[in-house]
Design a binder for this molecule. Structure first.
Ligand SMILES: [Fe+2]
Ligand SMILES: [Fe+2]
Length: 272
């Protein structure tokens, strides 16, 4: 069982966000903004999936997961609230969240299915988030210094994603979820998630007026494929999910623990 602390982040999300808040880089900013746009609906789906997964367990097994599920729900609920405030600034900048609309439409197809399907989907997304979070914590300088609030928001979110990365996965296993369905959903999610992220990033760049600038795509190549690039550094961890004996805790979590320890002034544990 994982002990999950819910934290109130000490950042003020009132002031507007600079247009290229992420190190002055249009692509990086547009990409992270796109991910933020997906969070409020996505994280609500994860919360529901995990809650329903807990309810589907035999009563004698529910106690083992109850506290962890409560921590998971608390962390994701806090994330979605702060990303909601962040996204409101993006809306005022003229960006349009088409990802959220598409996600809501797709989620309708899952109404009434066996609770293991939403859990497998959540576990797949949580693997994506966990490997991205770890990469971000190790490359925190890439967030730049234009908006320290957003850098803190992203790193805090990353640290907590690492902390709760196995909750949905373990519930899925406890409910007897199969390896085959876990992999099937991971394949599907990999395709739709990357497609959605790319579409929303391109739309953000188009509305920002930087889609056709050379520096945008030079920045994208560095960000994704450079020496410290996202794809280059996370591909191996992404692939590990296909292993039959994979467990999220196989991956190192020290970057998360270190960030939380070094930034105690940035948050207050809730209910501690
Ligand atoms: Fe989250
Ligand atoms: Fe999460």
């Amino acid at each position: 069982m994982t002990h999950l602390v819910v934290r109130r982040l000490l950042v003020d999300m009132e002031a507007p966000i600079p247009r290229h808040w992420c190190a002055g880089d249009p692509f990086r900013t547009a990409f992270l903004n796109a991910l933020s746009m997906s969070f409020p609906v996505g994280e609500q789906f994860f919360i529901d999936a995990v809650r329903n997964g807990l309810k589907a367990l035999p009563p004698e097994q529910q106690d083992r997961f109850r506290a962890e599920v409560q921590g998971f729900v608390g962390q994701e609920a806090t994330h979605r609230r702060l990303h909601g405030l962040y996204n409101e600034h993006l809306r005022r900048q003229g960006l349009v969240n088409a990802w959220e609309v598409r996600s809501k439409e797709r989620l309708k197809q899952l109404e009434g299915v066996d609770p293991r399907h939403p859990l497998a989907i959540t576990a797949a997304f949580e693997h994506f988030t966990a490997i991205f979070a770890d990469w971000m914590l190790r490359n925190a300088d890439m967030l730049g210094e234009q908006d320290p609030r957003l850098a803190t928001l992203w790193l805090w979110h990353s640290a907590e994603e690492t902390e709760h990365r196995n909750t949905a996965f373990d519930l899925y296993q406890a409910l007897g979820g199969s390896h085959e369905w876990r992999i099937t959903w991971f394949r599907r999610i990999s395709i739709t998630f990357l497609g959605d992220a790319l579409r929303q990033t391109i739309d953000n760049l188009r509305r920002d007026g930087t889609l056709w600038q050379w520096r945008t795509w030079a920045g994208a190549m560095r960000f994704l494929l450079g020496k410290r690039g996202l794809i280059r550094q996370t591909f191996g961890a992404w692939r590990d999910y296909f292993r039959r004996d994979f467990h999220p805790t196989d991956h190192d979590a020290s970057a998360s623990a270190q960030w939380l320890e070094a930034h105690r002034d940035k948050y207050v544990p809730v209910g501690a």
